[in-house]
Design a binder for this molecule. Structure first.
Ligand code: C5P
Length: 344
């Protein structure tokens, strides 16, 4: 039996890069948010023992390095099954775009495989093998608004938030995530957590006022937990998450981004690709309540108070030759419902 699932994308609502760890990864804190843009993954078990990846997009590797290949091989080992599997990837999301395309594809392949084989893995095993394949995979086992820590693979569901319109600009630039982390280290001389990358507002010369990576992580965590506790208090008081009587669907997410959270990758990626900074400016000028690079880019998103404003912003970008689409954030409930609804 073949199983088809949707593989959604994510954006990062703020991302703090912390210390370089002995394992070569960086400590980080972020809030992930799934969005409605997606690829389609079809999984078909076969006789034999070969895992075959099919994808019409030449930028997608079809060998053992493909994230779908890696997770399916691990899943078959956990399930103690020797089977062949054909995985078809219908690619719509950008490759190396900061939208978690390859990571989402792998999790979608895992979920489709379990259904195709009529087997269920314990949730903790799923999370373990997902984290082994990449830091950005586990978030796709939760969906909706997700708090990320550790190297990004420690994930916790945040409460459900109303859907908000967004524009995703996908300039034709591939940013390498390892390179962006290395550039961050080179910029701030980070070595195994001993040095002190500044906050964006810090003066380069004001050594005494600089904060350590762990201070910066902690501040981000405080901001996010203050936001979450505010949301839950509002829910208790009014029965509506984050409404505070304002009745605006956009409010809860925007309450978070208005706290001044930012994506540290902008500091290293924008100087290399000034066109991306320009895309962010266009979104802000077009009325985005918040605009930011997603992950290490190159996708740049804007959150809008209405679909109409979002459509106008996307049209403005396209006029300037930048591919841009209007979509929405996806709640956890929508994520699971739409992921599993076969798209034919
Ligand atoms: O986990 P993932 O495969 O996405 O990571 C790709 C590379 O990005 C890692 O090998 C590492 O160089 C870098 N990385 C990092 N810190 C993280 C996540 C990724 O340095 N938190």
């Amino acid at each position: 039996m073949s199983v088809t699932v949707r593989s959604f994308a994510k954006i990062n609502l703020g991302l703090r890069i912390g210390a370089l760890r002995p394992d070569g990864f960086h400590e980080l804190r972020t809030v992930y948010q799934t969005i409605a843009l997606h690829d389609v993954i079809r999984v078909q078990p076969t006789s034999g023992s070969r895992i075959e990846i099919r994808c019409a997009d030449p930028r997608v590797p079809t060998d053992e390095s493909n994230t779908c290949h890696r997770i399916v091989a691990r899943a078959l080992a956990v399930l103690k099954m020797r089977r062949g599997v054909v995985i078809e990837i219908e690619k719509h999301l950008p490759v190396k775009g900061g939208l978690g395309g390859a990571s989402g594809n792998a999790v979608a392949a895992l979920l489709a495989l379990e259904r195709a084989l009529k087997k269920t893995m314990p949730a903790s095993e799923r999370l373990r093998i997902a984290a082994e394949v990449g830091s950005d995979l586990p978030l796709f086992l939760i969906g909706g608004t997700v708090i990320g820590s550790g190297r990004g693979e420690e994930v916790y569901p945040a409460m459900e938030l109303p859907v908000i319109p967004c524009v995703i600009a996908t300039p034709d630039i591939g940013v390498s995530t390892p390179r962006a982390f290395a550039d961050w280290d080179a910029m701030y001389g980070v070595q195994n957590g001993t040095s002190d990358p500044p906050d964006a507002g810090d003066q380069p010369s004001s050594k005494l006022t600089r904060s350590t990576p762990s201070d910066r992580m902690l501040r981000f965590s405080h901001t996010v937990s203050a936001w979450l506790s505010g949301l839950s208090q509002n829910k208790i008081l009014s029965g509506v998450p984050g409404s505070r009587g304002r009745g605006r669907a956009e409010t809860p997410l925007l309450d978070l981004v208005r706290t001044g959270i930012e994506n540290d990758f902008e500091q290293v990626v924008f100087p290399q690709y000034p066109a991306l900074r320009q895309v962010k400016r266009v979104l802000e000028r077009a009325g985005a309540s918040y605009a930011s690079l997603s992950g290490s880019g190159s996708a740049v998103y804007g959150l809008f108070s209405s679909r109409k404003l979002a459509a106008a912003a996307a049209a403005k970008l396209r006029e300037q030759g930048v591919p841009a689409v209007v979509t929405t954030t996806l709640t956890r409930q929508q994520y699971w419902k739409k992921l599993l609804a076969s798209s034919g």
